[in-house]
Design a protein around this ligand. Structure first.
Ligand code: ZN
Ligand code: ZN
Length: 221
């Protein structure tokens, strides 16, 4: 499986955290679709390959170009995108996207995924972490470490958001560091704020994480 990194930055800088994978059935699956993702899919020549989008939560840095992608698929490619994960129906309706322009990922849609609700901003809508094809664990935005869950044990590869400075709404790198070595070893960090990047890089090097993802990176699994 080839994993394309479309971005790995925090909400307000650089390229929104998002991954594109093709599963063993050849279905193209996008994990999150923030406001920088559509142009990045275009640059990487991946727009025609997207069949489904799984959304972790409704913040703009995770959904900002979803409506454009749905309309591009409909009018330029003649296909209905599948959308799963967080419930995007109300958001899409407000953006003028009819329910018939897209479809829910169905159980027989050749995509295997599970979600688990986790806290992101206390008291607000939850985040949905995504566990794809029994292989890839993607945290979305959460203030809870997922590195002690069964998903983390089962996963071949993990993409976890992280901040260096303690933060109420995101996962602090020092908490993630409590995970067992074999889990850290397969964990890539994403959604790092730009001004914390260098500190995070040093931390990752010294503590046995797989690394920090970068836009344009391709990971084979
Ligand atoms: Zn975010
Ligand atoms: Zn968020």
């Amino acid at each position: 499986m080839k994993i394309h990194v479309l971005g790995a930055n925090g909400a307000f800088d650089g390229y929104n955290t998002s991954l594109f994978v093709k599963n063993d059935d050849g279905v193209g699956i996008l994990l999150d679709c923030g406001y920088t993702v559509f142009p990045e899919l275009h640059r990487q020549g991946l727009l025609p390959d997207v069949d489904a989008v799984l959304i972790s939560h409704l913040h703009g840095d995770h959904t900002g170009s979803l409506s454009t992608l749905i309309l591009y698929a409909k009018y330029k490619l003649g296909k209905r995108l599948m959308v799963g994960g967080a419930d995007c129906k109300a958001l899409l309706r407000l953006q003028g996207i009819s329910d018939s322009s897209w479809k829910k990922v169905s159980p027989n849609g050749k995509i295997l995924y599970q979600t688990m609700e986790t806290e992101h901003i206390p008291g607000e809508e939850p985040n949905n972490c995504l566990f794809l094809e029994n292989k890839i664990l993607y945290s979305g935005d959460t203030n809870q470490s997922l590195l002690h869950t069964d998903f983390a044990k089962k996963a071949d590869i993990i993409f976890h958001e992280a901040t260096v400075k303690p933060n109420m709404t995101h996962s602090n790198i020092a908490v993630l560091n409590n995970a067992p070595y074999d889990i850290k070893n397969k964990t890539w960090l994403v959604h790092i704020p730009k001004n914390e990047y260098e500190e995070a890089q040093e931390f990752v090097r010294n503590n046995g994480f797989a690394g920090i993802c970068k836009r344009g990176q391709i990971i084979q699994r």
